[in-house]
Design a binder for this molecule. Structure first.
Ligand code: UDP
Ligand code: MG
Length: 157
């Protein structure tokens, strides 16, 4: 049985600058995942280093750090069944040229370096990455408020 999971998603600076925030968030919402936290922020040196620690020392690392800090990102927590793998499936392969048509990276990006989205690669990475960008108070899990309000309103007649 697949578990309800949460994952960390970021719309990278190129996605924000190109006006793709709505299109990208829509992919996750249409799938049925819940966006339980969302904010725009400028990634600090410490956040960039922590986020991409696994890539330190690789040839593309300096460019990657520059890229993720080149403008604001939109950081999100996305929840749903099997959400870690599911989000990466919707995002497509790291290289947009190899990603399946219909995925975010195939549809919205051209080169591996600037591939518009990030998604955690495991439940452990997700928890680690969420903690870099959010505190627990910024993550919301109760979507019942509207239906309770509507029910109250309708019952009031
Ligand atoms: N990246 C790059 N060149 C590479 C591999 C990765 O510029 O050869 C960048 C790319 O933006 C990618 C990020 O580094 O999204 C993190 O790489 P990773 O292998 O973790 O890919 P992802 O998990 O994002 O698919
Ligand atoms: Mg990765």
């Amino acid at each position: 049985m697949r578990a309800e999971e949460r994952t960390f998603v970021a719309i990278k600076p190129d996605g924000v600058q190109r006006g793709l925030i709505g299109d990208i968030v829509k992919r996750f919402e249409t799938k049925g995942y819940k966006v339980t936290a969302l904010k725009m922020l400028q990634v600090t040196d410490a956040q960039a280093k922590a986020h991409y620690a696994e890539h330190e020392g690789k040839p593309f690392y300096p460019r990657l750090i520059r890229y993720i800090q080149s403008g604001p990102i939109v950081a999100m927590v996305v929840e749903g069944y099997n959400a870690v793998a599911g989000v990466r499936h919707l995002m497509g392969s790291t290289d947009p040229d190899k990603a399946e048509v219909g995925t975010i990276r195939a549809d919205f990006a051209q080169v591996m370096e600037y591939n518009v989205v990030h998604g955690s690669d495991s439940v452990e990475s997700a928890e680690r990455e969420i903690a870099i960008y959010f505190n627990e108070k910024e993550i919301f899990d109760d979507r019942k408020c509207m239906s309770e309000l509507v029910t109250e309103y309708l019952d009031a007649d």
